[in-house]
Ligand binder design. Structure first.
Ligand SMILES: C[S@@+](CC[C@H](N)C(=O)[O-])C[C@H]1O[C@@H](n2cnc3c(N)ncnc32)[C@H](O)[C@@H]1O
Length: 208
């Protein structure tokens, strides 16, 4: 299913129209990292096509990517999104209220790993975009919370192109993501792919 899905989604990204220009401008001005326009386009399409009912996001920032997902859902849905920064959580809640999604998007102030360990919820779709050093653990725990045929999307897997370059970098995230790159692509519990979209997007589709 994943190959067909992704092929369909690998359409050109020139059709990107910024849906939340004000939030993007604020993020740029204040150096808040949010998903790239290419990733917006990709995420919009995969969410629009798959229409997951229950979504978990690790890494809310100011609510931009949660709103992108919400805007592409046309049935009843719930998004739980987690961030460890209290000011980010407050601002995300304000943005989500402004765009009338407070009833369907819950913003939790918590550590991603902690939330994943404690939650009893199961999700159809999990978007991982938080602390890069913790990606292996987010991924392992996310798979336990994924419903059958569910999808996990991870952003920044190629980390500014550094992950697949041969040289060394004085950034321990590169080493962690290099190992994760190999382990993820060798994971036989589902289908995995990494695409050069934005900063590198990984997709996992659980075997039914
Ligand atoms: C790249 S930003 C998320 C951007 C957001 N997904 C978007 O595109 O709009 C990463 C976020 O992860 C949060 N974060 C960092 N460490 C975390 C942790 N251990 N648990 C949860 N969130 C964390 C940061 O506070 C930051 O807001």
């Amino acid at each position: 299913m994943l190959n067909i899905l992704v092929k369909e989604l690998m359409i050109k990204f020139h059709d990107y129209i910024e849906p939340f220009a004000t939030i993007r401008e604020i993020a740029i001005k204040r150096n808040i990292p949010i998903i790239s326009p290419e990733t917006v386009s990709f995420l919009s399409k995969i969410i629009g096509k798959y229409q997951p009912e229950k979504i978990l996001e690790i890494g809310t920032a100011i609510g931009y990517s949660a709103l992108i997902m919400a805007e592409n859902l046309n049935k009843k849905f719930r998004i739980d999104t987690i961030d460890v920064s209290k000011p980010a959580v407050i601002e995300a809640r304000q943005n989500i209220r402004k765009y009338n999604h407070s009833n369907s998007i819950n913003v939790y102030f918590d550590k991603g790993i902690n939330f994943l360990k404690m939650t009893k919820s199961k999700y159809n779709f999990i978007f991982i975009d938080a602390k890069k050093e913790e990606y292996p653990e987010y991924y392992r725990l996310s798979k336990l919370q994924l419903k059958s045929n569910g999808i996990i999307v991870l952003d920044n897997l190629l980390w500014q192109g550094k992950v697949r370059q041969k040289r060394a970098f004085a950034d321990k995230r590169v080493e962690i993501l290099r190992k994760f790159d190999r382990d993820f692509l060798n994971d036989n519990s589902g289908k995995t792919e990494i695409y050069e979209i934005g900063d590198g997007v990984g997709i996992y589709n659980k075997k039914i």
